[in-house]
Design a protein around this ligand. Structure first.
Ligand code: NI
Length: 170
């Protein structure tokens, strides 16, 4: 396994729309394993392939407290159940140290393939439902700051520019 570099906002590559995985082969499984290692190392609860500059529809997640329940979503599709929405505080490994409330569907029905290419379905609510929607957005080139006011987004942009300058100068 290998840790992969994570792209950070406002990198334009985060705006790429990912293509479906045709076959879940060893190469895809390697990607999944590397993404899980990268996510756990960064203490994230979800990571989309887009964030490691691979533009295929692959997501890994683990919303458990014990960090022991990895979930693999290949070619995920979800539909909201009902029209209840709730705001929840979100963060993103591509926008470190920034958090904001984002309203999303409270419950979703998910269809995806697992690490072996087997289809599965599940119903999610709360944090897991939010995470599915957040990560799915990444595959579409959407970031959670896109839902904020332009004033807030500008502030995030400035903060990130400062961070990148600091990292560069270090
Ligand atoms: Ni994210």
């Amino acid at each position: 396994m290998a840790k992969l570099p994570i792209l950070e906002f406002p990198d334009e590559r985060l705006r790429t729309k990912a293509v479906p995985v045709e076959t879940v082969d060893d190469e895809v499984r390697q990607l999944v394993d590397d993404m899980l290692e990268t996510m756990y190392d960064a203490r994230g609860i979800g990571l989309a392939a887009t964030q490691v500059d691979v533009h295929r529809r692959v997501i890994v997640m683990d919303v458990s407290d014990e960090r022991s329940s990895p979930l693999v979503l290949i070619n995920p599709e979800f539909t909201p159940i009902g029209d209840e929405r709730e705001p929840l505080q979100e963060g993103c490994l591509s926008i470190p140290e920034y958090y904001a409330d984002v309203p999303r569907a409270l419950r979703v029905h998910l269809k995806a393939l697992d690490r072996d290419g087997q289809p599965y379905e599940l119903e999610a609510d709360g944090l897991l439902a939010h995470c599915i929607q957040h990560e799915h957005d990444h595959l579409e080139g959407i970031l959670f700051v896109d839902y904020l006011s332009s004033l807030k987004r500008d502030r995030v942009l400035k903060k990130m520019q400062k961070r990148h300058k600091m990292l560069q100068d270090a």
